[in-house]
Write a protein that binds this ligand. Structure first.
Ligand code: KG4
Ligand code: ZN
Length: 335
């Protein structure tokens, strides 16, 4: 069983090939960061156009890498949401065309379910129940998975996503785009206890998140330092900001596992590439007796391997998506 996966929900064009769900045969990404850099963020129209240009050559390369031809494909998986609608539509049009031309089934997948499925590729499928922490540029969520493919959202951000907060603070500090990796690198040189930023919602008693207070506190700190004529200590600032975000994520993730009695925690999404978050969640999980699964760096940020893997699993259960499906920028996780 060969499944092709296509991911174009944001600013990476990605195509992957899996054999029998977990056998990764090709995993290619055409990044667009150079196109969006000068705007300081992803420009939806630019992303959609770049996907159109990148898709066909990337498909050829993926087939070549996997040593297969279009006729060898048994199913096509594609991200149908959430994401940028114009960007999603490009991948979906390609997936539908291949499905139709090759006469093989189509399966639409949810981008955030795919994010934590990245773990299945590397660590094998865990036994439910588990808790997933999904932290990306667009989402910050804690989800309970009582059985495979079923989701109960335990909490989410009330304002910005964690990745968005990283990107905005990096921009404020002049560290460029995307901000997460830049802050991660800068923070490695800094003291996380240098500045005590607020741990928003840490003791709120629920599993929701909020980033706006922290963002404002960083802005206020920068203004105050400048007004006092002091130079900013960027590494300390980056490390202190990062620690405030990580503290809350760790506390709430452990709380989510406790409250649902789940023995396993799966992490997913671009922010899970963060060195400190990975370290702290491993430590906290070990102390709590939890199994914490974290994808390798390349499978945290957007990729099609996770899409192909999840799609292959759904196809194997006999699930199919009809060709009239539309993109859904606000798609909810399947209940
Ligand atoms: O999952 P992803 O690739 O795309 C979305 O689905 O949004 O996540 C992208 C986000 C960006 O906000 C980026 O700054 C953040 O992930 N990110 C990081 C790191 N690497 C990427 N945030 C913190 N530390 C990192 N090392
Ligand atoms: Zn993503």
């Amino acid at each position: 069983m060969i499944t092709l996966g296509i991911e174009t929900s944001c600013d990476e064009t990605a195509i992957a090939v899996v054999e029998d769900t977990f056998g990764l045969r090709a995993n290619l990404i055409a990044a667009q960061v150079h196109l969006h850099e000068r705007f300081g963020g992803v420009v939806p129209e630019v992303a959609a156009r770049a996907h159109v240009e990148a898709l066909n050559p990337l498909l050829d390369e993926a087939l070549e890498t996997a040593e297969i031809q279009v006729g060898d494909i048994d199913g096509v998986a594609v991200t149908v949401g959430p994401g940028l609608v114009g960007a999603l539509l490009v991948g979906m049009a390609a997936a539908k065309a291949i499905s139709l031309a090759a006469g093989v089934p189509l399966i639409g997948v949810h981008h955030l379910e795919a994010h934590y499925w990245a773990n299945f590729l590397e660590h094998g499928p865990p036994e439910p129940p588990y808790v997933a922490l999904i932290v990306s540029g667009g989402h910050t969520m804690l989800v309970h998975v009582p059985e495979i493919h079923h989701h109960v959202v335990l909490g989410q951000t009330l304002d910005d996503a964690a990745g968005e907060a990283f990107d905005k603070v990096a921009r404020l500090l002049g560290l460029g785009f995307p901000g997460g990796p830049a802050i991660d690198r800068m923070a490695a040189e800094g003291d996380p206890t240098a500045i005590r930023f607020p741990r928003a919602m840490e003791d709120s008693g629920d599993l929701d998140f909020s980033m706006s207070g922290l963002k404002t506190a960083v802005l206020r700190h920068v203004k105050a330092e400048r007004a006092a004529g002091r130079d900013l200590h960027v590494p300390d600032l980056a490390a202190s900001f990062q620690e405030a975000i990580v503290d809350v994520q760790v506390t709430k993730t452990i709380e989510a596992a406790r409250s649902t009695d789940a023995p396993t925690v799966l992490l997913g999404g671009g922010v899970v590439a963060n060195t400190r978050l990975r370290e702290r969640l491993q430590e906290a999980g070990a102390a709590e007796g939890l199994r914490v699964l974290i994808p390798s760096l390349g499978l945290c940020t957007d990729n099609a391997a996770m899409v192909a893997c999840l799609g292959a699993a759904r196809l194997a259960r006999g699930e199919r998506t009809t060709l009239d499906i539309g993109a859904d920028p606000n798609l909810q996780l399947p209940a």
